[in-house]
Ligand binder design. Structure first.
Ligand SMILES: [Zn+2]
Length: 209
């Protein structure tokens, strides 16, 4: 059965440059524009996993994210743990966010719908990915997690990401859920440093498997 997946994402461009996939969860939020500005300065593309309730509050921020060429994925409506959740509640979380995104920025969304999903906290059980796939989404976890949400300091975020990245890695960061000024500052340092190592920064796009 065909299910969208990011498992086969490229690790390098055709020209041989290593690719990193930066992802930002829990927005749209007050620090999203700072992240967008840092990405724009480096001509970087990223992926934003948005919370439906936040989309309803800040539709223009979502529009700006899509207008800048970034991918957007579903990160639920109310940010619950999905492990153990009944299917009806799961469907409500996914579909309410899909509706919020279409209402806020559907005309800007390639294909008119989201194709990526990340479970809040990474929380999932044996049902979650099949349910996600049945809705036409690829479920996306991560490879590098500097726990920026805990505000460990800009240098700690930068140091851990630089130490752990490798070609094709998905980096987990947060543009929402609290004060993300450390994350913005870290991205401002990380992108030029990683570009200096030859990396380019792409959004995620699932393949049909
Ligand atoms: Zn989250």
């Amino acid at each position: 059965m065909a299910a969208p997946s990011i498992a086969g994402r490229p690790t390098h461009t055709q020209a041989g440059q290593p690719i990193l996939y930066f992802t930002f969860d829990d927005g749209p939020a007050a620090d999203t524009p700072g992240v967008l500005a840092a990405l724009a300065r480096q001509a970087a593309r990223a992926t934003f996993f948005v919370v439906g309730g936040r989309v309803q509050s800040l539709p223009r921020t979502l529009q700006a994210t899509l207008q800048a060429g970034h991918a957007v994925g579903n990160h639920s409506f109310s940010h619950p743990h999905l492990a153990g959740m009944p299917e009806a509640d799961f469907l409500f979380e996914m579909n309410q966010t899909a509706s919020a995104v279409v209402q806020a920025a559907g005309a800007l969304l390639p294909g008119g719908r989201m194709l990526l999903m990340r479970p809040p906290y990474g929380s999932h059980d044996e049902h979650t990915e099949p349910w996600v796939n049945a809705l036409g989404y690829a479920m996306v976890m991560w490879d590098v997690d500097p726990e920026d949400w805990s505000m460990p300091g800009t240098e700690a975020i930068v140091t851990q990401v630089l130490a752990e990245v490798k070609p094709g890695a998905i980096v987990l960061l947060h543009d929402g859920g609290g004060d993300r000024s450390q994350t913005v500052a870290a991205v401002e340092q990380l992108l030029p440093a990683l570009a200096g190592r030859g990396y380019v920064f792409h959004s995620l796009h699932p393949d049909e498997q």
